[in-house]
Design a protein around this ligand. Structure first.
Ligand SMILES: NC(=O)c1ccc[n+]([C@@H]2O[C@H](COP(=O)([O-])OP(=O)(O)OC[C@H]3O[C@@H](n4cnc5c(N)ncnc54)[C@H](OP(=O)(O)O)[C@@H]3O)[C@@H](O)[C@H]2O)c1
Length: 294
């Protein structure tokens, strides 16, 4: 990765131009960088200041602080963001925390909706110490789930317990099932192990493959496991992001959601931070700052 000058983005009619104060990379974006080439610039999670309002009259006006989820181009000084992917920030939420919200937070909200009511239900979450995992942990626990989380280290586990996890284990095999719902994002051999922990008729939502190792399932192994478990593939994209982003901002403002930010660095450290993110050296989110914040 290296810095380069590119033309300032020219917003379309439904886009506002944002002066980016902070941005947050995501594990999935680091995968895309493995095949660099011409095309969209990376960057989906930003916070900053509106410097040009959308020409169609939608969205916030000049001078408004916002967080946003553009389709691309967020790792930059300026980004064009569709106004339906913006949420206004109160003064109490700084740009660093705001930039940590979009992709991971929206994913957590939509994943929990896909899981249905978790009140009083037993839930297993893998990859829990990541950006998505901390949000899922806090929101699921607050809704009354009995949550078991999987994370590599005791130190990470303590933070997840603070956020409401009832049990912390360091490998999926150690989780004490059966679970009504399994939320799985690591792939490889861990998905079949997690699947074996579901209750008969339970639900496994498969939302990632952080290990990059494909999953292989053996029909005959499943015969020995819980009967009739549903495996549901999940992708967060779909409905406009603005309303969910505004909900996340509201939860943070009310002290009901606490972005876990394991690394804050100047954006000249972006390459190093991406490596640390990929190597599991960041707890929760990493945020890069451009120096543009007030
Ligand atoms: N389906 C969707 O719409 C959607 C949306 C967003 C993200 N995702 C996916 O959801 C997953 C979590 O995203 P994220 O942004 O929260 O990622 P992240 O911050 O990098 O967190 C992933 C966590 O998984 C754990 N992990 C366990 N085994 C791993 C392995 N073999 N390699 C790497 N990490 C491993 C790590 O925690 P420990 O080291 O503590 O175990 C890591 O902190 C990713 O796979 C991502 O691609 C999917």
């Amino acid at each position: 990765m290296e810095f380069t000058d590119v033309p300032q983005p020219a917003p379309q009619a439904h886009e506002a131009l944002i002066k980016v104060e902070a941005f947050a990379p995501n594990r999935g974006e680091t995968f895309l960088l493995e095949r660099p080439g011409p095309g969209p610039l990376p960057g989906k999670d930003i916070a900053g200041l509106v410097v040009q309002a959308a020409a169609d009259g939608s969205g916030p006006g000049v001078g408004t602080r916002v967080t946003g989820h553009p389709p691309q181009g967020g790792w930059a000084e300026y980004a064009a963001v569709p106004t339906h992917s913006l949420a206004v920030l109160p003064d109490a939420i700084d740009s660093t925390r705001a930039a940590a919200l979009p992709l991971a937070g929206i994913t957590a909200l939509r994943l929990l909706r896909a899981a249905g009511s978790l009140t009083g239900r037993r839930v297993l979450l893998t990859g829990a110490s990541g950006g998505v995992g901390h949000y899922v942990t806090e929101l699921a626990a607050a809704s009354g789930a009995d949550l078991t989380v999987v994370t590599a280290t005791p130190e990470r586990g303590r933070r997840l317990a603070d956020l409401g996890a009832a049990e912390v284990v360091h490998e999926v095999a150690a989780a004490q099932g059966p679970f009504d719902v399994v939320l799985e994002s690591t792939g490889g051999p861990e998905l079949p192990t997690a699947l074996s922990k579901a209750r008969p008729g339970g639900l496994l939502i498969w939302f990632g493959q952080a290990s990059r190792t494909p999953v292989s399932l053996d029909f005959f192994d499943l015969l020995g496991g819980p009967a009739g478990v549903t495996i549901q593939h999940f992708h967060y994209a779909g409905a406009p992001y603005g309303p969910d982003l505004a909900a996340l901002v509201r939860l943070v403002e009310q002290g009901r959601l606490h972005p876990e930010i394991g690394r804050v660095a100047d954006w000249d450290q972006t390459a190093d931070v991406l490596v640390d993110l990929r190597e599991r050296r960041v707890r929760g989110k990493a945020v890069l700052t451009t120096g543009a914040a007030r």
